[in-house]
Design a protein around this ligand. Structure first.
Ligand SMILES: Nc1nc2c(ncn2[C@@H]2O[C@H](COP(=O)(O)OP(=O)(O)OP(=O)(O)O)[C@@H](O)[C@H]2O)c(=O)[nH]1
Length: 345
């Protein structure tokens, strides 16, 4: 969201968003406000379409539906917040450890000084009782130094465990930020990152990289006829079918609403077209039923666009070509695979 929006515009959106939130009985939390503000501002068409679809099913949206929308469309904000919290936690831990080490060093300096004093007092004229006392003092100092050494080791071990735990949480959160919550596939950001990396590598190695863009045909009809939840079920079935159709090294992502994308490494254009054609047939032959009523959803089909990376064209042009090929398939009547023409360089 562009928060630099002119303030009168922002006020206008607020005037539109608040009554809507009241109408739906949605609590005025910052997350909910973000969803409704973005909707009324028209800044996110996909979000608005989803709200419209949901409203068709249940005229008043529940708090949990708003939560789902926020998670789906504003996950990045959540990631930022988590990273921020972890940074604070790490800074607190480091400060604590540094303070502890500092006070231990100061303590060791003092112990050294006291030991030196005790040593300098030893001389030949001392009585047995005096020597006994000094030996006791030296032993007490040494014991104390050992104890504080042990305490330092223990504290450092605890800090290490806490840092390890934080690191794991951070990894999980990073993973979540790259995952589509509905299907468990990689999300658009993860896909864009991988395409950018593999195309850079391909510029050096010259190895074949292909991508497939795939979009469900007339998916709106499924949502309209059976509702959003059944639509979600279809998206999950399709996601699993796509995942099962490629090798482990290839990446399948949910690119947006009902659009999916696949990166195929070390694969020729002909083989990529074969993969797309196999998926097309697999999806078209599926007979998906509603989980609740067992009613058949009829034939579900997908359109595909396939492109092979041409050295140094860059990831943006590569993806644009695959996207254009996908729309060629839509124009040809859907349920088919089209190949992207080479880039104009
Ligand atoms: N159930 C569900 N629907 C979604 C989701 N994301 C997007 N959609 C819906 O997907 C539909 C896409 O509609 P359109 O862009 O008109 O495309 P289409 O009906 O598939 O038609 P073509 O692409 O032209 O074949 C809209 O109804 C969106 O609300 C989602 O996460 N769940």
């Amino acid at each position: 969201m562009d928060y630099n929006e002119l303030s009168d515009k922002a006020a206008e959106y607020m005037r539109l968003a608040l009554p809507l939130m009241r109408k739906h009985g949605v609590p005025m939390t910052p997350d909910n406000y973000t969803v409704w503000y973005e909707h009324v501002s028209g800044g996110n068409q996909e979000l608005s379409l989803s709200i419209q679809d949901m409203v068709k099913e249940t005229p008043l949206l529940s708090e949990s539906q708003c939560k789902t929308l926020f998670k789906r469309f504003f996950n990045i904000e959540k990631e930022r917040e988590e990273v921020y919290q972890m940074r604070l936690e790490l800074a607190r831990l480091l400060k604590e450890v540094i303070n502890f080490i500092y006070s231990s060093v100061m303590h060791t300096d003092k112990t050294n000084q006291r030991l030196n004093d005790l040593m300098s007092r030893i001389n030949r004229d001392m009585s047995a009782a005096e020597i006994h006392q000094i030996v006791d003092d030296i032993l007490a100092e040494t014991r104390q130094a050992m104890n504080s050494g042990e305490l330092l080791t223990e504290r450092l071990n605890t800090a290490m465990t806490e840092v390890e735990k934080l690191k794991k949480e951070f990894d999980v959160s990073k993973q979540e930020a790259k995952t589509d919550t509905l299907t468990g596939l990689a999300n658009r950001k993860a896909f864009d990152d991988v395409v950018s990396k593999v195309t850079n590598d391909a510029d050096d190695s010259g190895l074949d990289v292909c991508i497939i863009f795939a979009d469900l045909d007339m998916f709106k009809n499924i949502n309209d006829k059976h509702g959003h939840l059944v639509g979600d079920q279809v998206l999950r079935v399709v996601a699993n079918a796509l995942k099962d159709s490629v090798k482990g090294r290839d990446l399948v992502a949910r690119y947006g609403g009902e659009e999916f994308a696949i990166v195929l490494l070390n694969t020729s254009l002909q083989n990529a077209k074969n993969v797309a054609e196999n998926i097309r047939q697999e999806i078209a032959s599926k007979r998906i039923q509603r989980k609740d009523t067992r009613e058949s959803l009829g034939v579900i089909t997908m359109s595909f666009g396939v492109a092979r990376y041409v050295s140094s064209e860059g990831s943006e042009s590569f993806m644009q070509r695959a996207d254009r090929a996908l729309y060629m398939s839509k124009r040809k009547g859907r349920n088919c695979v089209s190949e992207a023409p080479p880039p104009i360089i």
